[in-house]
Design a protein around this ligand. Sequence first.
Ligand SMILES: O=P(O)(O)OC[C@H]1O[C@H](OP(=O)(O)OP(=O)(O)O)[C@H](O)[C@@H]1O
Ligand SMILES: NC(=O)CC[C@H](N)C(=O)O
Length: 595
Amino acid sequence: MPAAASTAAAAAASSAATAGKFSPFSSMFDKPSYAPFPKTLPKPYQSLAQANKTLLVAAAASKNPIDDVVCSYKTIPDNLSFSLSDGDDKPREECGVVGIYGDPEASRLCYLALHALQHRGQEGAGIVTVHDNVLKSVTGVGLVSEVFTESKLDKLPGDMTIGHVRYSTAGASMLKNVQPFVAGYRFGSVGVAHNGNLVNYQALRAMLEENGSIFNTSSDTEVVLHLIAISKARPFFMRIVEACEKLEGAYSMVFLTEDKLVAVRDPYGFRPLVMGRRSNGSVVFASETCALDLIEATYEREVYPGEVLVVDKEGIRSLCLMAHPQPKSCIFEHIYFALPNSVVFGKSVYESRRAFGEILATEAPVDCDVVIAVPDSGVVAALGYAGKAGVPFQQGLIRSHYVGRTFIEPSQKIRDFGVKLKLSPVRAVLEGKRVVVVDDSIVRGTTSSKIVRLLKEAGAKEVHMRIASPPIIGSCYYGVDTPSAEELISNRMTVEEIREFIGSDSLAFLPFDSLQKLLGNDSPNFCYACFSGNYPVKPTGKVKRVGDFLDDGLIGSTESIDGGWLHGTRQETNGLEGKEDDPANSKETSVEIPV
Ligand SMILES: O=P(O)(O)OC[C@H]1O[C@H](OP(=O)(O)OP(=O)(O)O)[C@H](O)[C@@H]1O
Ligand SMILES: NC(=O)CC[C@H](N)C(=O)O
């Protein structure tokens, strides 16, 4: 472990040792969990010789770089009528990022890691690798399994890679916003993959456009590439550092250059980013530890808030981007986004959710015969509730795993069609029973009201809704696509009014103060803006939220849209089409950028 990291771990251990015990559930948080940013880390402006060097791995040979970008994209046929699921008003998944350095199977491992992160974004995916000093990229609209084929992965040789999964609404126009973005500069090439949202994006873009930048996407992430282009810092990775210092908001990012993998986390640490290592010494970064587990990388630690980790043939250097005394990690990662088998912000997501359920059972008990969950994200909290209440947990709702986000609706209106397609009630569990149903959150209240109706139609005598998060009253500006504040049901109604609206016999949310007590000394290290309306980084002017980036106004012909962020002349080449692709649905383009 680098000296700085052990300092941080020791600081975390000592703070954990003094942690107060506010609830019976706090023991799980007594372990050292959050490493405050170590102030002893070298500033990027200090000599790199002072930085930690812990790993030696082979580096790519240095040759004249030519960017070779392969883009694939899939269109939705015009004659197919489809709709977004009627649950298209939820906090949507975020993005997931991966970075791997020093593994001969980098792109295949990245592909697998993206599969593990698929829950963070389902409509776009991409991988960039470096081979012979050339950045190669495949990006596409769709699931990881839809974007990548054996032949496409064969086009991504090299031992360094970054990858991205992105959420978006359906539509071919989103292809140009699918990451990683790749740019060629006078002095080299860089790829970037981003999870988060930049709250000063519009101001930065306006400044850059004023000075002549031409933007190719409607994504906030693109400003980083322009900021790198105008930076005069040396060596090249310091341009990345300088660019990131101008960003405000949430960014867990991985960058790839011809010879370096760079991982950056914003000073507040809003979004997760972890580091692990495979047994052959290759270094892996990922949004969640579930991605490390799949590719047999051992979790080492988080990328600390405000930290820049540079991996190259010299080893790993840890630099301080901007120290911030109080991290503000997104609590919603623990409530909803992350997989329960992941460790996020140093804490097990499973343990958090179980504790949320236990608190609900203690603070909002009700006489009941059975506890059920709204699958998937309500399952662990429901187990916690059932265990604490001493009531059996049963599967009262079965989730179909074969329903995508789009489907052809019947011409005749079927009530609650979307939710019925996804969730089926089990009469044998519900009939004549007093049922507690646990979900992770209520956003607009549409899912809850449909579920209550489904359960009652299936014979439930009473339905008691328990929500494993406090009421959501604020939109997120840091990477979660929540609806505008006016659309959030908890902003418009009291708990009793919501209960009446969803039709349940009782309703209780996880009390905000109990959540904070559970987190103990770590509590100030979390962002609760969606529950409190207190934003750690004040949005300036009209801030685009993630959802605002969706309509980029390019609904026209996909022929005119590039798949990645590119500078340079576009040249179509033959022979790159993957045989397994349906030509009606996909197309590949090769772009060469002389550097
Ligand atoms: O109040 P609403 O606006 O309806 O949104 C809240 C619902 O959205 C999420 O479910 P999702 O469909 O994403 O399923 P998941 O639990 O499987 O992730 C969440 O778990 C709630 O069930
Ligand atoms: N959800 C996210 O993390 C989005 C990442 C980035 N802001 C984008 O628009 O692609």
